[in-house]
Design a protein. Structure first.
Lengths: 372, 532
């Protein structure tokens, strides 16, 4: 006869299960080698703190210990995914760590008063570049980079602000520049699913619109799309920790772009337009113009006209600028997040005749303190 | 250290429990006290010495009091002990409050050096436990504890050190003095701990996140004010009751029986009933050590009202050093006095739905006051809730928040009722009809004990385990092999028991995993008891 199910057996099983759950997994934190970086979250991980009397007495060691335990917990990204998936499926949450998965794409939810801050940011950006502008020599254009939220708001208006009103307000407030509306040239599919950036291979209409507005012409140029990375996980992928298909990272090449020379003036180095080594690093998007750079110039050896473009940009400009190379002899890119217009003028002459394009994305304008 | 942290769950707790179970019974108090001091020192590396010193002084004073030859001397020592303990509490918690109010009242602009004194975490809880111990010794309800270790363990016990419940010494005396008499309920203790953790991390913390977002709104609406009131009320209840659940679960793991601290207060139908269900240990503390010594209800009506006023004034003040807390306490006093009069008689005759609605609205208003940093903030929120012409009814962002957190709010509201527990009991009783065990609702229903090897000096102990009880409904009826249908029934019962045990285990493990996932993600995890 089988032994009846006993209290003692159950207690022993319960104790063993509890011991395994609470002891075994976390012990791995102290046994496994320490990771420095989280590729998924694209940030440095906290290190195990060193024991010092001062930090023990002021409580800092304890805070650092808890932080390190969170960052170094075995399978951290899997746990984060578990939380994100459960929040979404069991608790009906659309938001995960500030991101939403809608219509097959990840997006960052705008903050409540973002439109007002964008207005302030746009005004600041225009004021920052004003000192280097000359009415005689510069033709000034500006374009707000459409966020993928704009296209999501068409189907989900209650989740996003009124972008039509925002565009109208910004353009009305600054008639001193010629505004180029890029919204009709793009769609939701033009953006990565797992990242906030646009896909370079979908910028054909955008380039045409910019070139037309700036009266820039070129002979017909053919482009070859080259797949650089099959499983591209953008910045949102790791942050949201939600299950979503990876993207493809494609770059557009031709003989002009391949021969173009990129000079990073602050770092004093030269690279190609597509930096393969940087593209294999932590952020594959750094493929385009080697990622963040304060001031750089792109020279087109095949240019037939002596035209110069000065572009005040952010990371979106990295993938856009290569497509404008056929239209210009020289493109100067200045990232106002890292250098002011005045300081940039110390590296490169901005006084020559040129098209000036102020191309900034909504998240940057919404945080105007980032602009110098 | 807080219960809802990775450090506690995966480093401190397994180490503490492991050692606790491995050492001989007579050493368990040492382990418990050392780990409790470590637990406190982790959050308060310097104030742990203050707590230790406070316990040492009270230990000496109560020993002296117990041996006092005259009643006058006994009263004097008791007074010194109380002034010492409450004085420290007053100094750390109320010095800034008193000084700033005095300066404001006298029009002085001097900033005295007492300002911004850090409040030792849990000082309100352990001071009240010490005070109850001192008074119980004075009243000769318990003898003064001769073992400093036992007294220290009682006061410092980490399950209830920083957020209660306030446990009476008499409740734990026997178990502390005689480790062999502890009733270990590992499975139900682990289950209660995990349920409390899940309540805190999966519900209360998420509600806290919602409340923070509503507080940060630039465009408010009538709905956002109501949503804030509801969210904060649910957050406070779930957070606080979760801490009590975890404390009770931890107590069971170590063989201690703590009393329940919450009994679904939000289903009450009057404020009087509410306070019989909310933070029960604090309510009974004030009743036994303030209200009854003042005369309680055995005095004239006028005197009784004054007694209630004193109790609620002190109760409000205990919750925080600010006039809003005092006002909140007095608000409770006004409602309770009204309920004892004509209003109460009218309320009793009203339909249940009306009584419950009254309780909910009164509670929401009360906690709106509790949650306000200043009276002006409270006034603005009340205006937003009840004056419909000031704000729009709804804004798009508020609508989004309501949709995004809607399921959580519904689950939280259900968790504040006995409904989930009733459903769990129904499921368990289905299995118990077929011979499985029911989950214990009270510690005594489902306990196991080791044979006591107690060598305690005080009291007697039986050689038989006292608490080795099995619910009569759960008694198995063993049948002989002669009946094949009975064998089949036994096998079926056994399978059901396994299924039930498996379901319970899977459920608890799933909750633990989800809670861990939230903590690892670094989700919003506030500690609400920094004022205590």
């Amino acid at each position: 006869m089988k032994k009846p199910y006993s209290t003692k057996n159950r207690k022993i099983i319960c104790q063993k299960v509890f011991a395994v759950l609470l002891l075994f997994i976390p012990m791995l934190v102290f046994v496994l080698p320490q990771k420095d970086v989280s590729l998924a979250e694209r940030r440095r991980l906290a290190k195990r703190p060193q024991i010092r009397l001062s930090t023990l007495l002021n409580g800092q060691y304890m805070k650092d210990f808890e932080l390190a335990l969170k960052d170094l917990f075995p399978g951290r990204q899997s746990w984060r995914s578990l939380k994100a998936v459960t929040d979404r499926t069991a608790f009906g949450r659309a938001e995960s760590n500030g991101y939403v998965l809608i219509d097959g794409t990840l997006s960052k939810l705008p903050e409540e008063n973002e439109s007002a801050r964008i207005l302030v940011g746009a005004a600041k950006a225009i004021n920052l570049v004003a000192p280097i502008l000359s009415e005689d020599r510069h033709r000034v254009y500006a374009a707000l980079i459409p966020d993928k939220n704009i296209y999501l708001s068409e189907k989900h208006p209650t989740m996003f602000p009124d972008y039509d009103a925002l565009w109208r307000d910004v353009e009305t407030a600054h008639p001193e520049v010629k505004w180029i509306d890029l919204r009709p040239a793009l769609s939701l599919d033009a953006f990565f699913r797992t990242d906030h950036h646009w896909r370079q291979e979908c910028l054909g209409d955008t380039i045409s619109k910019l070139a037309e507005a700036m009266n820039a012409t070129t002979q017909t140029v053919s482009w070859e799309q080259t797949l650089f990375l099959q499983g591209f996980r953008g910045a949102y992928w790791g942050q949201a920790a939600l299950p979503i298909r990876e993207d493809q990272l494609v770059c557009c090449r031709n003989s002009i772009v391949d021969q173009a020379k990129v000079e990073h003036l602050e770092e004093g180095k030269s690279t190609r337009v597509y930096d393969i080594e940087r593209g294999k690093g932590r952020d594959p998007y750094d493929l385009f113009l080697s990622g963040a750079s304060a001031v750089l110039t792109i020279s087109n050896p095949f240019a037939t006209e002596h035209r110069t473009l000065i572009m005040f940009r952010d990371s979106f400009g990295s993938s856009l600028a290569p497509l404008l190379i056929p239209y210009y002899e020289k493109i100067i890119l200045i990232d106002l997040r890292y250098i002011s217009a005045g300081n940039a003028a110390k590296y490169v002459d901005l006084s020559d005749e040129a098209d000036v394009l102020l191309l900034l994305s909504l998240p940057i304008l919404a945080n105007p303190t980032m602009l110098r | 250290m807080v219960f809802s942290s990775l450090t506690f769950l995966f480093v401190f707790l397994p180490t503490a429990l492991g050692l606790y179970y491995l050492v001989p019974r007579r050493m368990t108090n040492v382990v418990l006290w050392v780990f409790s001091l470590f637990f406190y020192a982790w959050g308060e590396p310097l104030y742990v010495l203050l707590m230790f010193a406070t316990i040492a002084v009270e230990y000496l004073l109560t020993r002296w009091m117990d041996n006092a030859s005259t009643g006058t001397l006994r009263r004097g020592i008791c007074a010194i002990a109380l002034i010492f303990a409450l004085g420290l509490l007053g100094f750390f918690k109320y010095a800034d409050f008193i000084v700033s109010n005095l300066m404001n009242a006298l029009g002085l602009g001097i900033a005295l050096p007492l300002r911004h004194l850090a409040l030792p975490v849990g000082i309100s809880f352990y001071t009240f436990q010490l005070v109850s111990y001192v008074i119980d010794v004075y009243r000769k309800e318990v003898p003064a504890q001769r073992s400093f270790l036992v007294l220290g363990t009682y006061i410092c016990m980490f399950p209830q050190l920083v957020a209660g419940p306030i446990v009476r010494y008499e409740t734990l005396r026997e178990q502390l003095e005689c480790p062999g008499k502890r009733t270990y309920a590992f499975c139900s203790g682990a289950r209660r701990l995990v349920l409390g953790l899940a309540k805190k991390v999966l519900l209360a913390n998420v509600l806290g996140e919602l409340a923070a977002k509503i507080n940060a709104l630039e465009k408010s609406s009538t709905l956002s004010f109501w949503l804030l009131a509801v969210t904060f009320t649910l957050q406070l209840y779930l957070d606080f009751s979760a801490y009590s659940d975890m404390a009770i679960g931890l107590g069971k793991l170590m063989g201690f029986d703590f009393e329940e601290n919450f009994n679904y207060p939000l289903i009450s139908q009057s404020i009087t009933e509410f306070w019989r269900r909310w933070h029960i240990s604090l309510g009974t503390w004030f009743r036994d050590y303030v209200y009854i010594p003042l005369g309680g209800s055995r005095v004239s009506r006028g005197r009784r009202i004054i007694n209630l006023l004193i109790v609620w004034f002190l109760s409000g003040l205990w919750h925080g050093a600010a006039w809003t807390f005092v006002a909140w306490g007095l608000y409770q006093f006004v409602l309770i006095v009204l309920e004892k009069g004509l209003f109460g008689r009218l309320l009793e005759k009203a339909p249940r739905a009306v009584r419950h609605t009254y309780l909910l609205v009164a509670t929401l208003i009360g906690f709106t006051l509790f949650n306000a940093e200043h009276f002006a903030v409270f006034a603005a929120r009340i205006k937003g809730m009840f004056v419909f012409s000031v704000y729009p009814l709804l804004t798009p962002y508020t609508r989004f928040l309501l949709r995004d957190y809607g399921v959580i709010l519904i689950i939280a509201a259900l968790a504040a009722t006995p409904l989930p527990a009733k459903i769990a009991r129904k499921i368990a009783s289905f299995f118990s009809e077929h011979g499985a065990r029911t989950p214990d609702e009270s510690p005594k229903e489902h306990t196991s004990n080791v044979r006591p090897k107690c060598t305690c000096r005080t009291g007697s102990f039986s050689s038989q385990p006292k608490e080795h009880t099995i619910n009569t409904r759960l008694k198995l009826k063993y049948r002989t092999r002669s009946s094949s249908s009975q064998s089949k029934e036994n096998a079926h019962n056994l399978r059901l028991k396994h299924v039930f045990a498996l379901l319970q285990t899977v459920y608890v493990v799933a909750l633990l995993a989800l809670s861990a996932a939230h903590l690892i993600d670094g989700s919003f995890n506030p500690f609400l008891y920094f004022r205590f």
